[in-house]
Design a protein around this ligand. Structure first.
Ligand SMILES: *[C@@H]1O[C@H](CO)[C@@H](O)[C@H](O)[C@H]1NC(C)=O
Ligand SMILES: *[C@@H]1O[C@H](CO)[C@@H](O)[C@H](O)[C@H]1NC(C)=O
Ligand SMILES: *[C@@H]1O[C@H](CO)[C@@H](O)[C@H](O)[C@H]1NC(C)=O
Ligand SMILES: *[C@@H]1O[C@H](CO)[C@@H](O)[C@H](O)[C@H]1NC(C)=O
Ligand SMILES: *[C@@H]1O[C@H](CO)[C@@H](O)[C@H](O)[C@H]1NC(C)=O
Ligand SMILES: *[C@@H]1O[C@H](CO)[C@@H](O)[C@H](O)[C@H]1NC(C)=O
Ligand SMILES: *[C@@H]1O[C@H](CO)[C@@H](O)[C@H](O)[C@H]1NC(C)=O
Ligand SMILES: *[C@@H]1O[C@H](CO)[C@@H](O)[C@H](O)[C@H]1NC(C)=O
Ligand SMILES: *[C@@H]1O[C@H](CO)[C@@H](O)[C@H](O)[C@H]1NC(C)=O
Length: 204
C-alpha cells in the first residue's frame, strides 16, 4: 500500500516536471513579409517549458521588449526588466545554426513577453510569448506600432549593447541567457519603485 502511494506520488511529480520545448524558428524567407522571421510568431508556454529560438537563416536577434516600445530592449525601456536578448546571431545560409533558450519560470507564469528582431523590427519582425487574449495589447497592435515607429528607438547604444552580448555568447550556449532570465524575473517581481525612478533619472 505504501509502495503504491509512493509510486503515485513519484508519477505525479514526474508529470508536473514534464516540460515542453517550444521552438520558434528564426530566419524564414522574409522577402514578402518580415513578420515571417519568427515562425510561429506567437506561442503559449507553461511554467517549466522552454521557448527555444532556433536561428537558422540570416542575421537576426531575438530581443525582449515591452509593449509600448517594440524595437528597443526591454531593459532600456524599463530598467527593472532584465529581458532576454540573443545578440546578433548570423546563421549564414543555415551554416551556423544556434539557439537561445528562454525558460518559463514560476515567477513569470502567464507573463506576456514581447520580442523583436533588431534587423527587421521596423518592418514588423516581432512576436510574443503568452499574450493575453483579454488585453488590448495585441500582437497585431505591437506589430503595427513597430512598423509605425520604423524601428526607431533601436538606437546605436542598443546596437552596441547587443553586439557586445553577441561576442560573449557566440557559441549559442543558453547558460548566460538563462541566468539573465532568472535575474529578470527576480528583479521584475520585486519591481522596486525606487529602482524604476532611478532608471528614469539616469535616462534623462
Ligand atoms: C522568398 O520569397 C519570395 C517571394 O515571396 C520568392 O520570390 C523567393 O524565391 C523566396 N526565396 C527563397 C530562398 O525561398
Ligand atoms: C505576415 O505574416 C504574418 C504571420 O504569418 C501574418 O499574420 C500576416 O498577416 C502577414 N502579413 C501580410 C501583409 O501578409
Ligand atoms: C533548428 O533548425 C535546424 C534546421 O532546420 C534543425 O536541424 C534543428 O533540429 C532545429 N533545432 C531545434 C532545437 O529545433
Ligand atoms: C548583423 O546585423 C548587424 C546590424 O544590422 C550588423 O551590425 C552586423 O554586422 C551583422 N552581422 C553580420 C555578421 O553581418
Ligand atoms: C542556401 O542553401 C540552399 C540549400 O542548401 C541552396 O539551395 C541556396 O542556393 C543557398 N542560398 C544561397 C544564397 O547561398
Ligand atoms: C495561467 O494561465 C492558465 C491557462 O490560461 C490558467 O489556468 C492559470 O490559472 C493562469 N495562472 C495564473 C497565476 O494566472
Ligand atoms: C489579461 O488582461 C485582462 C484585461 O486587461 C486583465 O484583467 C487580466 O488580469 C489579464 N490576465 C493576465 C494573466 O495578466
Ligand atoms: C525606415 O527605416 C529605414 C532604416 O533606418 C530607412 O531606410 C527608411 O527610409 C525608413 N522608412 C521610413 C518610411 O521612414
Ligand atoms: C516596469 O516593469 C515593472 C515590472 O514588470 C512594472 O511593475 C512597472 O510598472 C514598469 N514600469 C513602467 C514605467 O512601465
Amino acid at each position: 500500500m505504501r509502495a503504491a502511494t509512493f509510486a503515485i506520488a513519484a508519477l505525479t511529480a514526474a508529470s508536473a516536471a514534464s516540460a515542453a520545448n517550444i521552438v520558434i524558428t528564426v530566419g524564414g524567407n522574409t522577402t514578402s513579409n518580415a513578420s515571417l522571421v519568427f515562425q510561429p510568431q506567437r506561442v503559449t508556454a507553461q511554467v517549466g517549458d522552454t521557448v527555444i529560438f532556433n536561428f537558422t537563416q540570416g542575421n537576426h536577434t531575438a530581443t525582449q521588449a515591452v509593449f509600448s516600445e517594440p524595437c528597443i530592449p526591454a531593459h532600456d525601456a524599463n530598467i527593472t526588466i532584465n529581458g532576454f536578448d540573443s545578440g546578433f546571431r548570423d546563421a549564414g545560409n543555415g551554416t551556423a545554426i544556434t539557439i537561445l533558450s528562454v525558460p518559463i519560470l514560476p515567477e513569470n507564469v502567464n507573463q506576456t513577453m514581447w520580442f523583436y528582431d533588431y534587423n527587421l523590427c521596423g518592418q514588423g519582425g516581432v512576436g510574443v510569448i503568452n499574450d493575453n487574449e483579454s488585453s488590448y495589447e495585441t500582437l497585431a497592435g505591437f506589430e503595427r506600432n513597430a512598423i509605425r515607429l520604423n524601428g526607431t528607438g533601436a538606437h546605436s547604444s542598443s546596437a552596441s549593447h547587443s553586439a557586445t552580448r553577441t561576442a560573449t555568447s557566440a557559441t549559442g550556449s543558453s547558460t548566460s541567457h538563462s541566468s539573465s532570465a532568472d535575474r529578470a524575473v527576480k528583479v521584475g517581481s520585486i519591481a522596486a519603485l525606487p529602482l524604476a525612478l532611478a532608471g528614469l533619472a539616469l535616462s534623462l
